[in-house]
Design a protein around this ligand. Structure first.
Ligand SMILES: *[C@@H]1O[C@H](CO)[C@@H](O)[C@H](O)[C@H]1NC(C)=O
Length: 229
């Protein structure tokens, strides 16, 4: 048995929603080699297979980034200093935020790296990342209230197939969550493909959380009758 190493980036876009970031980051970390020893019922088989998660909080420069709540967060890496990533999480900012060229180039570079294993978007993160083109042709979730607003304003990116009735979804290396709290369920769905049921249950008990499935989604009603694609 051995502990896999997962190198995770978190892209800090200005004004991102704190829970979009904190939800999946913390839920993933509860399953990690660093955290599991603090859970009293963790058994050696769980400890010996728990992922070592290396976290990189990335922005264009090292100036602190303010979320929609909470204290400013100082990035650990810039686009230049970030290592090769296995996964990249994008918490959602203003869904109409225009990305600077440097951010677009960084996301494209990370996504197209052959060793890159997965992009995880949360909430409006997918609507903003759609600008980079990496989501073209993929089936993707986003915040349903934001998607409805974009449809009304004629601002939907039609290169992406938007999903109206899923809480989260995996399409190849694109993992996407609907609004805010769905990021925790996305993280749980991601972990379900990698860890034992025993390890998942231990973390669920520690977090006192039962993850929601991709489908059915109680919030699908928001997009009923809305033309997205
Ligand atoms: C959709 O893809 C086409 C072809 O790659 C591109 O020209 C266009 O700008 C894209 N549209 C959006 C909204 O990104």
């Amino acid at each position: 048995m051995s502990n896999p190493v997962w190198t995770f980036g978190v892209l800090l876009l200005p004004g991102y929603q704190l829970l979009d970031m904190a939800g999946p980051v913390d839920y993933l970390q509860i399953h990690s080699r660093e955290f599991t020893p603090m859970i009293p019922d963790a058994t050696p088989d769980i400890l010996n297979t728990a992922p070592i998660i290396k976290w990189h909080f990335i922005a264009e420069d090292l100036n602190p980034v303010s979320a929609s709540s909470g204290p400013p967060l100082t990035p650990t890496d810039t686009f230049e200093t970030a290592p090769k990533l296995d996964y990249l999480i994008v918490p959602g900012p203003d869904p109409y935020q225009v990305l600077p060229e440097a951010t677009i180039k960084f996301v494209q570079k990370v996504f197209n790296e052959p060793s890159f294993r997965g992009l995880l978007t949360v909430c409006s993160g997918s609507m903003v990342i759609a600008q980079t083109g990496v989501l073209d042709g993929y089936k993707v979730c986003s915040n349903k209230v934001c998607l409805k607003d974009a449809a009304k304003k004629g601002l939907i990116n039609h290169n992406v197939t938007w999903l109206a009735d899923k809480r989260w979804y995996q399409d190849g290396k694109v993992w996407s969550a609907s609004g805010v709290t769905a990021g925790i369920d996305l993280a749980a769905g991601f972990l379900a493909t990698k860890l034992s049921e025993k390890a998942q249950k231990l973390a669920q008990d520690a977090a006192e959380y039962y993850p929601n499935p991709s489908f059915p989604d109680r919030f699908a009603r928001i997009l009923e009758g809305v033309k997205l694609n």
